[in-house]
Design a binder for this molecule. Sequence first.
Ligand code: SF4
Length: 157
Amino acid sequence: MAETSSPAGDESKQEWYADGLRFACTQCGNCCTGPTGYVWFTEEEGAAMAQHLGVDEEAFYDQYAHKINGQWSLTETHTKHGYDCIFLDRKSVPGKAICGLYESRPLQCRTWPFWPENLESRRNWEATRRQTPCPGINAGALVPIEDIRIQRDGNIR
Ligand code: SF4
């Protein structure tokens, strides 16, 4: 008789990306532009970004952030590429679009593309690759499941 039930235990709940996923950023900047969107950050992250820029927090919030439904997001600038994050730097490195405050970037940026919604299914992962489009997805070194989980669950600090 054929086995019809799924195996019991953790194995049946394992993520579809249990063997890891390939990712290597090419610094194209596509994930930092496109349609208007949000780069959420906490007050702690705001303080770190202000410090990185050498400005006081009031000046930082005035120049680089706005509040939406009680939550802070970085401002965008409308360019020929779309709505760029205010800190996306397309000039310093020819042919690249780099983050102007990379070491202090918010968690949302640190954990891209390993966001829960992108990882929900292989279909979502592939759609993220195509629609961003992100040439780093499925390229480069294998990111092990343990590292993906840390980023997915926002446990980076
Ligand atoms: S879209 Fe992908 S490859 Fe391009 S900057 Fe973002 S993470 Fe890097």
